[in-house]
Design a protein around this ligand. Structure first.
Ligand SMILES: C[S@@+](CC[C@H](N)C(=O)[O-])C[C@H]1O[C@@H](n2cnc3c(N)ncnc32)[C@H](O)[C@@H]1O
Length: 284
């Protein structure tokens, strides 16, 4: 059973205002949607991508969204004069049947990463059931990156502050489990101890699995303390148009930080071997 995300209207407002994500999606839709096209918008939210598709000349847009925000999206479509071309479904895409194939499927189901809450399974299902042969998927590809992080603040947000800063009390239960889940964080590039590197690539036109894995070695380029790993994504929405959510970027997306069991001093010449596995667990 899929769970409806508990985004507030303010969260959706933040997505629309994102100065990096929105122009890139608008550009991708401009390139992909030709007059008369049929478009499916999965996870339509406020309907912003559906409206842009209609503006670009789509004959029909199917906007699919299980959250109550879809009622606001209907109002917005009406207010902008596109109600006759956008058909809304208040449901998950996996539960919807469409009367025709789509020339373009657009979605942004990602949270911090594309890997959560059955998002990849939804894209695979939509591609296989809704997309016409030769149709366009936006995004086209997401590449997952990893970097070495020096940040005591981020580390303590997972493992907890040292006892002397907890009034002598043992509060460790609060932090149990956080290290395996990781936390949402934004980092400046100065926190990176090495050049980051890609660890997996999700090619949506051929993707068959919701899992991802990768092994790599990173080389610290300066002396410092390794507190953990950060992972983020770089998307290619359509050829030549995309953005990164990594350190130093200004999107609403934050990165996911995982702490080491213990901080480790590192220097140039050291090597850090990394293995990352993301398995899609039902309901996670
Ligand atoms: C990150 S928001 C994006 C909203 C909007 N497209 C935008 O860009 O502003 C993702 C939305 O996808 C919806 N969602 C997640 N899985 C879905 C699915 N399988 N079918 C339809 N909507 C889904 C969530 O409820 C949420 O509103």
């Amino acid at each position: 059973m899929q769970r409806v995300d508990d985004y507030s209207l303010a969260n959706y407002g933040g997505m629309i205002a994102d100065p990096v994500r929105m122009p890139a999606y608008a550009e991708a839709l401009q390139q992909a949607v030709v007059p008369g096209a049929v478009v499916v918008d999965i996870g339509a939210g406020t309907g912003i991508f559906s409206l842009l598709a209609a503006q670009a000349g789509a004959r029909r847009v199917y906007a699919i969204e299980p959250n109550d925000v879809v009622d606001t999206a209907r109002e917005i479509a009406e207010a902008n004069g596109f109600a006759d071309r956008i058909v809304f479904f208040k449901d998950f895409s996996t539960e919807v049947e469409l009367p025709e194939f789509a020339d373009v499927i657009v979605s942004d189901l990602r949270g911090l990463l594309p890997l959560y809450t059955g998002n990849l399974a939804s894209i695979i299902d939509a591609r296989d059931r809704f997309l016409a042969p030769g149709g366009v998927l936006i995004p086209h590809r997401d590449v997952l990156w990893v970097g070495l992080i020096e940040s005591r603040e981020a580390y303590e947000s997972i493992v907890g502050p040292p006892p002397e800063r907890c009034f002598g009390l043992d509060m460790s239960a609060v932090f149990r489990g956080a290290s395996s889940r990781g936390v949402a964080k934004t980092f400046e590039p100065s926190c990176l101890l090495s050049e980051p590197a890609p660890w997996a690539s999700l090619e949506y036109s051929s993707l068959e699995s919701s899992d991802a894995a990768g092994s790599l070695t990173l080389a610290p380029s300066r002396r410092g303390t390794l507190h953990g790993l950060v992972t983020w994504f770089e998307t290619e929405l359509i050829d030549g148009t995309g953005y990164s959510t990594g350190p130093g970027n200004a999107t609403v997306h934050r990165s996911r930080f995982f702490a080491l069991a213990e901080p480790v001093p590192v220097s140039p010449g050291d090597r850090v071997a990394i293995r990352l596995d993301a398995w899609c667990v039902r309901g996670a």
